[in-house]
Design a protein around this ligand. Sequence first.
Ligand code: MSP
Length: 511
Amino acid sequence: MKSAFYITTPIYYVNGAPHIGHAYTSIATDTLARFKRMDGHDVFFLTGTDEHGQKVEQAAAAAGLTPQAFADKVSADFQDMTQAMGVSNDDWIRTTEERHKQSCQELWRRIAASGNIYLGHYEGWYAVRDEAFYDESELTTAPDGKKTAPSGAPVEWVREPSYFFRLSAWQDKLLELYENNPDFIAPTSRRNEVLSFVKGGLHDLSVSRTTFNWGIPVPGAPGHVMYVWLDALTNYITACGFPDEDAARWRFWPADAHVVGKDIIRFHAVYWPAFLMAAGIPVPKRISSHGWWVVEGEKMSKSLGNVIEPRKLVETYGLDQIRYFLLREKPFGADGSMSHPAIVSRINVELANDLGNLAQRSLSLIARNLGGVLPARGALTEDDLGLLNAANGLPDAVRACMDRQTFHEALEEIWKVIRAANGYIDRQAPWALNKTDKVRMGEVLRVLVDTIRAVATMLQPFMPASMANMLEQLGVPEHARDIAALSAPLADGIHLPAPRGVFPRYVEPAA
Ligand code: MSP
């Protein structure tokens, strides 16, 4: 039986159009989902939209639409963006769906039944943009007296009756969770942040709102809607069929990884496990957080007019080129800056030159000099063995990186082999062997084909369409493109299709 692997993206707020930050989270998660499928797991990959709360209600009002009509429109746009990014999600969840309402209300009942919810009065700071409550001590006060949250979001003073979750009672249990599961929060810098936040002491959390009604009604408490983060986080179990533990998908819970941006780690690593523990539900295995993208060194913002539309980027550079760039350019956990020259350089140097040319050179020698017939291996020289061993080591090396979500390191492992193959082809010079030793030329080309096959197989999760194209040219049938299939060699003597370039160079359009 294949082992279950459940992975999620955050669900996206439908208050505005999708941008590259959203696409990034989804592409990274997709890459891991595709890797796990190719590595023999039974994967459930969830994404969707977060549609309740004050922020969405305000955006809908500004657009002159009802919150539901507005959410329908923006959610459809996010779904379109998700497809355009080549994301292979297995379900699309919307928090306005009936299944989700049932799930949230049941979770609430269970938390309440355990004595972890009480009625009180909230008075304090709230940032609508973050949909988060802040302590006075966390805020910055500008010379004009305006207060802002650590995220830069403006805050307002809120005073309303509210239900509270006894978060303070879960401090020790949370610390125990982090202690016993050192990999629960990644990377370590974020883990340390969360640890010191929790060690600093936890206040009870306001989990219902009464001053607006765009949310899930609190069961048995007219006038109260659930705090949007309690509602939103619950999506991860809704999609597994909660509260129906006999549902086919319940086997996927607890999630293997929630992939999130660094800005929302506190909600996932503190509030979410506390809610679940209070309700007696197992907690997720890992919260993996990534850094933020800025554009040419500047934070993206509507007022600067530098917000990047992912579909535009894909139109300009190509989908796999963008997927590759996003996961290669910066370490996953760190912040990074994107710019036109940086993208062009990754495309022209690494994709077109290092990888594209390697495949094209090897395959056109087979097409031109061997009638397109795949040659057999010969007695392996030390140089052959060196390259083949590096290629054979790829699955383990890449798996180790993917399990830590260090995508850039996985790509570096693959590129080490690509660079080694380029060194090998230059040393062996099969084009020269064509005149002097045709048999050896075939043997060299076969070592190259086997190496490129391993490379292209491991790159599929990152660049699915281009690698399908490359594997096709290498004569690898569709059923032999997963990791397990790498141990079965291609049959000698098969006919390869005519080679064609996979990665065109990016050329600046004429001004
Ligand atoms: N709705 C909440 C998540 C609820 S999950 C139960 C939310 N939505 S969001 O649309 O604001 O953000 C979703 C994701 O996009 C977050 O992981 C966030 O980190 C990511 N990004 C938003 N801007 C980003 C960049 N500029 N760069 C990288 N990712 C960023 O938060």
